[in-house]
Design a protein around this ligand. Structure first.
Ligand SMILES: [Zn+2]
Length: 340
């Protein structure tokens, strides 16, 4: 019987898995692995796969886990005593030091199932300095048969002490053709939204799907139309700020795409050249109302707010968002595009 009829791994996750599989076979598996993968490549799923695979008791694991042994059953039930998942708790922006201490203690105990012990930290950027320091000891003096999976979307911001002690494993999509190929197998036909999303996220296939399936494409269209009405003074900034307050991070992302398209249109590009083709009318409305200088100012403001989000200090994000919309209305008046 084939236990591995269909691998849950995507094509771009195969190579990093086989790399680990070879290391395990040769007895060269490191104690800590820094798994790098941008949002939209299924990094967390990959790490879950690796964790289950390590805890699987099957004799031959070269193609993956078996899904049937006791280890697999415990893992799938979410109750494997030798697996410790560390993620940001609901409503928090950081992983608490108490969580890290608990994990370290867990890693020092002996294995319950007489096999490997696994720890999986879903985002090491969510650790603060004292958590890092606590973790460092575990990295420096690893117990035998322990594996620590440390996840991050990028290498930037990862402390040098971690980088030098962990093996770096990249999980990513090489180019847009891989994304397209994978999506083709999952979707009968590509809508215009899908095409747009592929252009937007060429190396993040899951993001493409989410963009289309969660109605983000549709919502982005509604938002951009609303925003164009702020620019043309048909709606007030506060109305829009309030209506979209639950989609704030998305709105900011959409704004960035939108301004790039506005600038393109102002440089005599056509509908075919822009990314958000479906929102052409609203984008054209903005392009013909605000001057290029005004659009640049708005784009800079958006990039600034995005930096706030990246820093994970969005305490005053809502205030920034409101003032951005007020600023937009002012810019539309101050930098009115002159009729040519
Ligand atoms: Zn198994």
């Amino acid at each position: 019987m084939s236990l591995f009829e269909e691998s849950p791994l995507t094509p771009w996750q195969q190579e990093p898995f086989h790399h680990l599989s070879r290391q395990l076979e040769q007895g060269h598996l490191p104690h800590s692995i820094l798994v790098l993968g941008e949002e939209g490549v299924g990094r967390e799923d990959f790490c879950q796969f690796i964790a289950q695979w390590m805890l699987c008791n099957a004799a031959d694991k070269t193609q993956g886990y078996c899904g049937q042994c006791k280890g697999c059953q415990l893992f799938e039930a979410g109750s494997h005593p030798d697996y410790h998942l560390l993620e940001i708790e609901e409503g928090k922006t950081q992983i608490a030091i108490s969580q890290v201490r608990e994990l370290i203690q867990h890693m020092q105990e002996s294995s319950h199932q007489a096999g490997w012990k696994l720890a999986n930290i879903t985002n090491i950027h969510a650790l603060n300095e004292s958590s890092f320091n606590a973790l460092l000891k575990t990295l420096e003096e690893p117990q035998s048969n322990t594996l620590l999976l440390l996840q991050a979307d990028q290498l930037q911001g990862v402390p040098a002490t971690i980088k030098s002690r962990a093996q770096i494993l990249k999980v990513g999509v090489a180019d847009v053709s891989m994304t397209r190929e994978w999506l083709k197998q999952r979707h009968d036909f590509f809508s215009q939204e899908m095409e747009t999303a592929i252009q937007l996220f060429p190396t993040a296939p899951y993001k493409v799907e989410a963009f289309v399936e969660n109605g983000e494409a549709f919502k982005s269209g509604e938002f951009i139309f609303d925003y164009a009405e702020v620019i043309t003074a048909k709606q007030t900034p506060m109305e829009i700020a309030d209506r979209w307050k639950d989609e704030l991070e998305n709105c900011i992302f959409w704004c960035q795409l939108m301004f790039h398209d506005v600038l393109l249109l102002q440089q005599s590009a056509t509908k075919d050249d822009i990314q958000l083709k479906q929102q052409y009318e609203a984008i054209e409305m903005i392009a013909s109302t605000v001057s290029a200088k005004g659009v640049m100012l708005l784009l800079n403001k958006i990039i600034e707010i995005q930096r706030l989000i990246k820093l994970k200090s969005p305490a005053n994000l809502m205030a920034s968002w409101q003032s951005f919309l007020i600023y937009s209305a002012q810019i539309a008046i101050k930098y009115k595009k002159l009729e040519s």
